[in-house]
Design a protein around this ligand. Structure first.
Ligand code: T46
Length: 131
């Protein structure tokens, strides 16, 4: 499974770094929602679902986030630990996130929150992939 990393555009100068993400230029979808996860606990993984239609870009702004991605045929593991590296979490990709304590994960999402878009049962996810 090819890891869908995006190296974010970075503008660096003696003051520090500025990373830019523009819809349809840097990522292949419109951004309708932004959320972030913070105050994470190392022993409390998150995710364990796939989305039917939602596409997302995840960036670890602080700390570390290990992400397991599974498209129903292949599984891969990636480490997010740089604020200039984005990971596309595409629709129909089961994902699990294991954080370091006190990490921050920023997520840009292609649509508004809709619980009906979630598949939170792994067996149901596999059935949908093979349908
Ligand atoms: C994802 C990964 C990367 C809302 O009400 N609005 C929102 O925009 C979001 C994202 C969540 N919620 C509610 C739904 C749950 O009652 O917040 C609660 C926690 O959400 P969840 O258990 O889905 O959190 P994670 O960290 O497991 O998953 C989140 C996103 O929900 C999900 O889309 O792909 O981060």
């Amino acid at each position: 499974m090819k890891i869908p990393f995006i190296n974010l555009r970075n503008i660096s100068d003696p003051r520090g770094n500025l990373a830019v993400i523009e819809a349809f230029k840097d990522i292949p979808f419109e951004i309708k929602r932004v959320y972030y996860i913070y105050g994470t606990k190392g022993n409390q993984p998150r995710g364990f679902h796939a989305h039917k239609t939602l596409r997302q870009l995840a960036i670890c702004l602080k700390g570390k986030c290990r992400v397991i991605l599974n498209n129903g045929r292949e599984k891969t593991e990636v480490m997010l630990d740089k604020p200039d590296m984005g990971l596309i979490i595409d629709k129909m990709v089961w994902h699990e996130m294991y954080f370091e304590d006190d990490s921050i994960l920023l997520v840009l999402a292609s649509d508004y929150y809709n619980e009906d878009d979630y598949i939170r049962n792994f067996n149901e996810f596999i059935e949908c992939v093979n349908r």
